[in-house]
Ligand binder design. Structure first.
Ligand SMILES: [Zn+2]
Length: 72
């Protein structure tokens, strides 16, 4: 992810742990983009303070753009 910050916005550390995950079950309602649409997200957790950030994966992001309103 090139467009993410290299240091934690909470504590300034730069040791992150990340994982690509699929939101399923109740978690899928976080992104209302259609009942059967896969929701891939990239999780990044700061190894120092534990701050967790979610990044919608590119393929999921394209689907999201069709369902969400663009902020003017
Ligand atoms: Zn941190």
């Amino acid at each position: 992810m090139e467009n993410t910050t290299k240091t934690c916005r909470n504590c300034g550390a730069s040791n992150f742990y990340s994982k690509e995950v699929s939101l399923v079950g109740h978690a899928s309602t976080i992104l209302p983009i259609g009942m059967f649409t896969r929701r891939e997200v990239h999780l990044r957790v700061c190894g120092t303070c534990g701050l967790m950030e979610w990044f919608v994966a590119p393929a999921t992001l394209e689907k999201l753009k069709q369902k969400f309103a663009k902020v003017p």
